[in-house]
Design a protein around this ligand. Structure first.
Ligand code: NAD
Ligand code: MG
Length: 392
C-alpha cells in the first residue's frame, strides 16, 4: 500500500523539494493534500501534477481563484480554505506522514494536530517546536507519533546518534557533546558597523543553501542557529550547555556527535534538503533523493571556526530563552518573526532585529507554557510589542 502524505507549505522551498522526492517514488507515496497561503500559480501546477485529494489555500480569495482554474482544467482536486482546513488535512485518518513545512508560527496548529493524530511528522517548521516545546513533545509521546527532524543539522544528529536512541534512555551517557554546525551566513566575518547598512537583498543571498526569505534572514543573523539550538534541546533531550555551535562555512558536514571514547560521528553531503527529506520519508530505510553525490576532491577543504557572539548576539538570546523556559522561546520566536518582516520591508536596519528581540524578552513576563492558549497569548503579546517598537 502506498503511504499517503500531506505536504503543509507545499509551495515553499521545502515543500517543492518534498514533492520532488515524492515524484521519484510514486510507487511508494501518494500525495493526499498540499497547502499554501496564497501562491495560486504554483499550487495549480502542483495540483495538476500530483492530483492530491485536497488543496488548501489559507487565503479565501486565493482558494476561489484556484477552484476556478482547476475547474477550467477539468481537475477533481477539492479546494479548501482557512486555517482550520490546514489542521483537517494534517490529522485526516487516511494520512500516514505529514511534512510540516509552513514557515513560522502559522505552522504550529497543523503540525501539532499531526502529532496529536499520531502521524509520522517530518519537522521542517522549527518555529512550531520552539514555541510549544514541552507541549509538542508530550503530544508526540502520548499519541505514539513519530517525530523525524528535517532540518539538515538535526537530521544529521539523528543519523549520528547511537543505535538504540529513542528506545534506550541511557544513550546520552555515551555522548560527550553535540556539535551543531552553522554556515555563518552571508555576513560571516563582518563587523556590527557593516551590518548596520545591509539590505534585504544581501541578507537573503545565502552562500550555500537556497531557502525561503524568512529562514535566509534568520541564517544571516544567526537566529536560525538560535532556533535550531532550542529545537535540538527538545528533540534530543539536551541542555544548551551540551551543544556547541561550530561555524563551518562549506555546509558539507551537517552536524556531529562527539562520543565519550573520542569518536566523532557526523553526516556529510551536498547542501540539498532533499537528502534529509528523503531520509525522513523512508526512515529507517534509504531511498534515492536526486541529490548529486558528494565529491570530496571538489570540496577539498573543510573549515571550522567559533561563532562571533558580539556581532551576532541572538544565539545567546536563544540559549537564554530556552533556559528561562515557559513562554520565553515563544516570545523570542514571535519577536524575531515581526522584526524580520520589518527588516524585509525596510522599516528597520538589520541590527535592530537582535535589539527588538532582547527588548521583548526583557519586557515580557515569562509564564509556564502549560497549555496552548498561554503559548498563543505570549506569541501575540510579543508581536504587538515589537510592532509597537517598530511603529506599525
Ligand atoms: P518558504 O517561505 O519557502 O515557504 C513557506 C510555505 O509556507 C509556503 O508554502 C507558504 O505558502 C506557506 N505559508 C506561509 N505563511 C503561511 C500562513 N500564514 N499560513 C499557511 N501557510 C503559510 O519557507 P521554507 O524555506 O520552505 O521554510 C519552511 C520551514 O522549513 C521554515 O520553518 C524553515 O525554518 C524550515 N526549514 C527550511 C529549510 C530550507 O532549506 N528552506 C531548511 C531547514 C528548515
Ligand atoms: Mg538548519
Amino acid at each position: 500500500m502506498r503511504q499517503l502524505v500531506t505536504v503543509l507549505g507545499a509551495t515553499g522551498s521545502i515543500g517543492k523539494s518534498t514533492l520532488d522526492v515524492l515524484k521519484r517514488h510514486s510507487d511508494q507515496f501518494q500525495v493526499f493534500a498540499i497547502t499554501a497561503n496564497r501562491q495560486v500559480d504554483v499550487m495549480l501546477k502542483q495540483c495538476l501534477e500530483f492530483q492530491p485529494k485536497y488543496a488548501v489555500m489559507v487565503d479565501e480569495s486565493s482558494a476561489k481563484l484556484l477552484r476556478e482554474q482547476l475547474k477550467h482544467n477539468a481537475s477533481s482536486v477539492e479546494v479548501l480554505s482557512g486555517s482550520q482546513a490546514l489542521v483537517d488535512v494534517a490529522k485526516a485518518d487516511e494520512v500516514d506522514q505529514v511534512m510540516a513545512a509552513i514557515v513560522g508560527a502559522a505552522g504550529l496548529l497543523p503540525t501539532l494536530a499531526a502529532a496529536q493524530a499520531g502521524k509520522r511528522v517530518l519537522l521542517a517548521n522549527k518555529e512550531a517546536l520552539v514555541m510549544s516545546g514541552q507541549l509538542f513533545m508530550n503530544a508526540v509521546r502520548d499519541n505514539q507519533a513519530q517525530l523525524l527532524p528535517i532540518d539538515s543539522e538535526h537530521n544529521a544528529i539523528f543519523q549520528s546518534l547511537p543505535l538504540g536512541y529513542g528506545q534506550d534512555t541511557n544513550y546520552k551517557q555515551q555522548i560527550s557533546k553535540v556539535l551543531l554546525t552553522a554556515s555563518g551566513g552571508p555576513f560571516r566575518g563582518w563587523s556590527v558597523e557593516q551590518l548596520n547598512t545591509v539590505t534585504p537583498a544581501q541578507a537573503v543571498k545565502h552562500p550555500n543553501w537556497s531557502m525561503g526569505q524568512k529562514i535566509s534572514v534568520d541564517s544571516a543573523s544567526l537566529m536560525n542557529k538560535g532556533l535550531e539550538l532550542i529545537e535540538a534541546c527538545w528533540l534530543f533531550d539536551l541542555k544548551p550547555s551540551e551543544i556547541e555551535v561550530v561555524v563551518h562555512p562549506e555546509s558539507i558536514i551537517h552536524s556531529l556527535v562527539q562520543y565519550i571514547d573520542g569518536s566523532v560521528i557526523c553526516q556529510m553531503g551536498n547542501p540539498d534538503m532533499r537528502t534529509p527529506i528523503a531520509y525522513g520519508l523512508s526512515w529507517p530505510e534509504r531511498i534515492q533523493s536526486g541529490v548529486e553525490p558528494l565529491n570530496l576532491f571538489e570540496v577539498a577543504q573543510l573549515n571550522f571556526e567559533a561563532p562571533n557572539h558580539q556581532v551576532f548576539p541572538v544565539l545567546n538570546l536563544a540559549s537564554q530563552a530556552f533556559e528561562a523556559g515557559g513562554t520565553a522561546p515563544a516570545i523570542l520566536n514571535a519577536a524575531n518573526e515581526v522584526a524580520v518582516a520589518g527588516f524585509l520591508r525596510e522599516q528597520i536596519p538589520f541590527t535592530s532585529i537582535s535589539y527588538l528581540i532582547e527588548e521583548a524578552l526583557n519586557a515580557c513576563t515569562v509564564e509556564s507554557a502549560s497549555n496552548l492558549d498561554i503559548v498563543l497569548q505570549a506569541d501575540s503579546w510579543a508581536r504587538q510589542f515589537v510592532e509597537g517598537r517598530i511603529g506599525l
